[in-house]
Ligand binder design. Structure first.
Ligand SMILES: *Cc1c(COP(=O)(O)O)cnc(C)c1O
Length: 422
């Protein structure tokens, strides 16, 4: 099946007289004919369902769909993108371990890695994603268990050289984890470039309609967890009646371990109702991504030509620093998110945004409706103008998430707001 078809048909295959649409299984629990049957699913959780804190048929249909879209062996949904990033690391690292991450990643992930994981005794070594391979190799230490990066960074819109990071990870016998939230598997499938694990915030384009918060972890099923560096995969898990994950589950080892250890203990599993809504978004994902990219390219070109604008950051533009990498990794478009710096700084940016009529001011991105965010007065509010400059954020910078309205209406909205800042 081609990817458009997978969006509609993977994950749920109804039989004779069963519902056409994936049903919402609103049940915390499942019944068994006998105690023996209960024992059997505890022995092998792939044989049946146990409890909706870590598995549910509606959610699992979505997990199978996303695994198919990314070209992975298995997936596990989480209650947020943050929970997906957290579990992707905790399934591999314990106190005393470290991992390498590029610095240009989502701000929430930076907090998680630099502050919260540090408190748990896990060190994140931040590196410059654009540094040469030899330099990145030097960042890896004996206790380093993974490399993490973002395909198309939010909000920096830097395109990651996934193959370079995969080489660094694999030369050190550790996996590469990629946050693929902005491209979605429609625009990039990191596993095809060597990624071992892919995480998403499904709250963004995958849902697209701004109706649920969610995340997902997909495992390619390719990494050799039995290479000696990951004893928790190859030695009996005392918390799960001595299971040896690599032996019992092969290509499913990473996801089953995440489900039976982390999800069982943390309980950050999505509700069936959220998964149902996410599935509706996934069904139209391929058509929507094409249109976001088409609209955003037109808006980016308009902004680039405008005398009101100092600079535009959109990797689809030929003038962009990451255009060459974008052509390789995102040949069909670089999503609907643009950032640009308006002439006149912070005050002009605020005035422009307050005058927009169609585009809404929201702490969100990647919605079907055009939306804007002013990092200097929201996500990076605590910083002074000097600190903003040091962090690479201009007071005049606006993150513009192009939606699916007719692009002429989006342009008209920008034009009338530009007229009001004079
Ligand atoms: C939003 C986002 C997250 C966090 O996702 P939530 O669903 O909000 O928890 C992680 N990574 C990226 C790239 C994001 O844009």
């Amino acid at each position: 099946m081609k990817i458009e078809t997978k969006c509609l048909h993977e994950g749920y295959h109804p039989k004779n007289t069963e519902p056409r649409v994936v049903p919402i299984v609103q049940s915390t629990t499942y019944v068994y004919d006998s105690t023996n049957d209960v024992a059997a699913v505890f022995d092998d959780p792939t044989k049946g369902l146990i409890y909706s804190r870590f598995e549910n048929p509606t959610v699992m249909a979505v997990e199978d769909k996303i695994a198919a879209l990314e070209g992975g062996a298995a997936a596990m949904c989480t209650s947020s993108g943050q929970a997906a990033s957290l579990c992707s690391i905790l399934n591999i690292c314990k106190a005393g371990d470290s991992f390498v991450s590029t610095g240009t990643i989502y701000g929430g992930t930076i907090n998680l890695f630099a502050v919260t994981l540090k408190r748990l005794g896990i060190e994140c070594i931040f590196v410059d994603a654009d540094a040469p391979e030899e330099e990145l190799m030097k960042a890896v230490k004996d206790n380093t268990k993974a490399v993490f990066g973002e395909t198309l960074a939010n909000p920096a819109l830097a395109v990651l050289d996934i193959e370079k990071l995969a080489r660094v990870a694999h030369k050190n016998n550790i996996p590469l984890i990629i946050d693929n939230t902005f491209p979605t598997p429609i625009l990039c499938r990191p596993i095809e470039f060597g990624a071992d694990i892919v995480v998403h915030s499904t709250s963004k384009y995958m849902d697209g309609h701004a109706v649920q918060i969610g995340g997902v972890i997909v495992d390619a099923g390719n990494f050799d967890w039995a290479n000696g560096k990951f004893p928790e995969f190859t030695e009996p898990d005392e918390s799960y009646h001595g299971t040896v994950y690599t032996k019992a589950y092969g290509k499913m080892a990473y996801i089953i371990k995440a489900r039976m250890q982390l999800m069982r203990d943390f309980g950050c599993y999505p509700a069936a109702n959220s998964a149902f809504l996410l599935n509706l978004g996934l069904e139209t994902l391929a058509v929507r991504m094409k249109q976001y990219c088409e609209n955003a390219m037109i808006v980016a070109k308009y902004l680039e030509a405008s005398d009101k604008v100092e600079s535009v950051n959109y990797p689809g533009l030929e003038s962009n620093k990451y255009h060459k990498l974008a052509k390789k990794y995102l040949p069909n478009g670089t999503s609907g998110v643009i950032s640009f710096v308006i002439k006149g700084g912070r005050n002009t940016a605020v005035k422009f945004m307050d005058n927009l009529k169609l585009a809404s001011n929201v702490v969100h991105v990647a919605d079907i409706r055009t939306c804007v965010l002013h990092p200097a007065s929201s996500t990076h509010r605590q910083l002074t103008d000097e600190q903003l400059v040091a962090a690479g954020i201009n007071g005049g910078m606006i993150r513009f998430s192009v939606g699916l309205e007719n692009v002429e209406d989006i342009l008209d909205d920008i034009k009338q707001a530009f007229d009001k800042i004079n």
